[in-house]
Design a protein. Structure first.
Lengths: 242, 247
């Protein structure tokens, strides 16, 4: 990790609230997690207080790790994952960030497929209102020997106001030649015709928006041990924005 | 029941409706026919309150209440239903969830108790069954992956569940094959042909009117009603066309 206070010239901190980072500087060493070969690891991170979380995860041969993130709180909140996959390891990320007002929320991941036949899947959904900023920087690096890598990134952001900002950068760096790496990225706003359709059937505007946003983030927390809690907290936050 | 008086409406800056007057009483089915661009769909959207459809003059009362003062969802709760010409796909939201929320929102607005999940499913099953729609389809996201005909049928299932006082059906017959047309026609009669309800059918063609017999037929052209008559007017239109009639 960076020893000096990062600036906006550092790619991974490009959209960060540097003043907030400076206030928290120096950051403690990242939490290091090692998932032994054949093991399984799961973690839920709810960032609701304006904190910076940094995790380094090494996933051993044939092991699995699943991370679920709900990034919703504080003026500046950041969750940073640095994941290394060994042979036939599997990594899953399901993340939702919801920001309003002047919040700046970001999720930054580096997923390195160091050895062959590992799989990774990252789903990130952001909902932003007011003048909030939501950022996902996601790098997938595939080492020269990591043949038969299978990696997917799905990144979508929904802007509730024209004044909100979404930054999305799914990024691939591939040195192997027999891999499958898919990524999709979309930034949009709620379909006005859909909203009118719901309203024409009797649903009040705020509830119609909430229903469509609920659908937008649905499925991200599937399989999480805390699925219910995460979904409820996400809906509560969405309810505050619409 | 529904009284439209000298209605003028713009879409953007463009005047579409130019002095439309129409009155629907309880127990009546009216058909509005007219050439493309006459303002038929605009009328449906103005009645249901779609944003961007601006009334510049005239008034609409619904059971004595000023309709134009109500938001779209309040109009729905007051008993007005718009059957969309192009039903909207809403990914991720299931029909069942959507309809239960819609129905209970309307009931709440009217001061009625919400239906429980089981009560709602019973109603939904009845209505879907009557329109030949699979319950599995009702569990799928709203209109996503539905064919044109399935979407129109779904509109009728929604109408059956919501059970409105007045339905404005915008080209509900378009995109339907002959069998589906009959099923939808039967649905309209079953749900809406009642002494305390009214229907405004917006259509291009006579064929729907073979199944749903209108009491009155109106020709909408250039943003106003240019002619009104009984069911025979629809046959005359089908035979002679709008041009002939205008001449």
């Amino acid at each position: 990790m960076t020893a000096l206070l990062p600036t906006r010239h550092d790619e991974a901190w490009r959209y960060s609230d540097i003043a907030a980072v400076e206030a928290a500087w120096p950051l403690p060493a990242p939490e290091s997690i090692i998932v032994p070969a054949g093991g399984a690891f799961a973690r839920t991170i709810v960032q609701d207080s304006g904190a910076i979380h940094q995790l380094e995860i090494a996933i051993g041969k044939g092991a699995r790790a699943a991370i679920h993130i709900l990034n919703i709180g504080g003026e500046y909140g950041r969750v940073e994952l640095n994941v290394t996959l060994h042979e036939q390891a599997d990594f899953k990320l399901g993340a939702v960030q919801i920001g309003g007002g002047t919040q700046n929320l970001e999720i930054v991941t580096t997923v390195t497929h160091a050895e062959p036949k590992a799989t990774s899947s990252q789903i990130v959904r952001s909902v932003l209102a007011g003048t909030a900023t939501g950022t996902y920087l996601g790098k997938v690096a595939v080492a020269r020997d990591a043949q038969l890598t299978d990696s997917v990134q799905s990144v979508k952001a929904m802007l509730l106001d024209r004044s909100a900002t979404a930054n999305a950068k799914p990024e691939l760096e591939i040195y192997a030649d027999d891999v499958k790496c898919a990524h999709g990225c979309a930034i949009g706003e709620l379909d006005p015709m859909g909203l009118f359709y719901l309203q024409a059937r009797g649903i009040a505007p705020a509830d119609a928006k909430k229903l469509m946003l609920q659908a937008f983030v649905a499925g991200v927390f599937e399989g999480a041990a805390d699925e219910e809690m995460l979904t409820e907290a996400a809906l509560k936050k969405l309810g505050e924005l619409v | 029941m529904l009284q439209i008086t000298n209605l003028h409406a713009n879409v953007g800056d463009k005047p579409i409706l130019k002095g439309l007057t129409l009155s629907l009483n309880a127990g009546e089915i009216h058909a509005i026919m007219g050439p493309n661009g006459a303002g038929k769909s605009t009328l449906g959207y103005v009645l249901s309150g779609r944003p961007g459809y601006e009334v510049t003059e005239g008034e609409i009362t619904f059971n004595g209440q000023d309709l134009l003062g109500l938001e779209p969802h309040e109009r729905a709760a007051a008993g007005l239903f718009l059957g969309f010409q192009y039903p909207v796909e809403i990914p991720g939201v299931s029909n069942v969830q959507f309809l239960r929320e819609a129905l209970n929102a309307q009931r709440k607005n009217r001061g009625e108790a919400p239906l429980s999940g089981a009560e709602f499913l019973k109603v939904a099953r009845e209505q879907a069954g009557a329109l030949g729609m699979d319950m599995d389809m009702l569990k799928r996201p709203v209109n996503v992956g539905f064919s044109g005909g399935e979407k129109k049928r779904n509109e009728m299932v929604q109408m059956g569940i919501i059970n409105p006082a007045i339905a404005i059906l915008d080209e509900t017959d378009s995109g339907l094959d002959i069998d589906a047309l009959r099923i939808v026609g039967d649905g309209i009669n079953r749900i809406m042909r009642k002494p305390d309800k009214a229907v405004l059918l917006i259509t291009h063609y006579q064929r729907l009117l073979d199944y749903v017999k209108p009491d009155f037929v109106h020709v909408l052209d250039g943003g106003r009603i240019t002619r009104s008559g009984g069911p025979e007017l629809a046959l005359e239109l089908e035979r002679d066309g709008y041009k002939e009639l205008a001449a």
